[in-house]
Design a protein around this ligand. Structure first.
Ligand code: SAM
Length: 253
């Protein structure tokens, strides 16, 4: 099976952030269900608002690559952008469509593999992609497509995983050290055990090189509450943000 087919079947089972521990027995696609998903997302990833700055882009034309459950897509639509969104799965497109319908908002949503984007060159003011590109077989193809569809001066905002992070170390302890396989690399455990198969993670210089066709690249590592939650407070306070699993990215065409 091609890697992106395996990635698709993984994410078809459940849109990101809609697992039972979050929504319990609440009726799927009800307003209450969506609100649970939204509250949970911004509790565990509170920094998304300051990275995305949704309302700052009011009136702009936006493409979101990998909408997932559509929680951030809802914020873009609420902020008054002309919204377009793509995802590899029917589950993500349907969840996002139902979510916007509840709030009487709209977006042009399409199920496609973002390695090829069905949009004209120089079409969007903003392209946003949070936690998506590293799942694809050829991330560099998605980045080249994002560059192509952005207008000159347009902005990419996103997040990709960081390799040398607390989350990676925890995964290595679980799947390498404690399984008697300390020789496994961070790359290997992330590829095999982080969400869908084939997940990649990067250093900031590697991301800078992937985004070399863009101007004004900024890669900012962020430690997540999930990374720090099992550590004693006095230790977690000492951990620098450069050890964070999320690398927020901003770059311009
Ligand atoms: C971790 S989820 C993130 C979803 C959402 N951006 C969020 O932050 O909750 C990854 C999403 O990326 C989508 N995805 C993975 N590879 C893709 C590709 N090649 N093209 C489009 N979407 C893709 C998956 O279907 C899934 O919905």
């Amino acid at each position: 099976m091609a890697l992106n087919d395996e990635v698709r079947s993984y994410w078809e089972q459940e849109a990101c952030g809609t697992q039972k521990v979050v929504v319990g027995e609440i009726e799927k696609f009800s307003r209450e269900w969506f609100e649970k998903v939204e509250n949970h997302r911004y509790q565990v990833e509170p920094f998304i608002h300051s990275v995305a700055q949704f309302t700052r882009h009011h009136g702009k034309k936006l493409l979101e690559v990998g909408v997932g459950a559509g929680t951030d897509h809802l914020q873009w639509a609420r902020a008054g952008l002309d919204c377009h969104g793509v995802d590899l799965t029917d589950e993500a497109i349907e969840t996002t469509r139902r979510r916007l319908e509840i709030y009487k908002l709209s977006s042009n949503l399409q199920k496609i593999d973002a390695e090829t984007l069905p949009f004209e060159d120089n079409s969007f003011d903003v392209v946003y992609s949070w936690g998506v590109i590293h799942h694809s077989e050829y991330p560099e193809k998605i980045i080249a497509e994002i560059h192509r569809v952005l207008k000159k001066g347009g902005t990419f905002i996103g997040m990709m995983y960081g390799r040398y992070s607390i989350a990676s170390l925890k995964m290595w302890i679980s799947y390498g050290l404690l399984k008697g396989k300390p020789w496994r690399s961070f790359t290997d455990v992330i590829w095999n055990h982080m969400e869908s198969i084939g997940t990649k993670a990067y250093t900031v210089p590697e991301l800078q090189s992937l985004f070399s066709s863009f101007e004004n690249f900024e890669g900012t590592p962020i430690t997540t509450p999930a990374e720090l939650n099992h550590l004693p407070k006095f230790i977690s306070r000492l951990i620098p943000s450069s050890w964070g699993f999320f690398i927020a990215i901003k770059a311009q065409k």
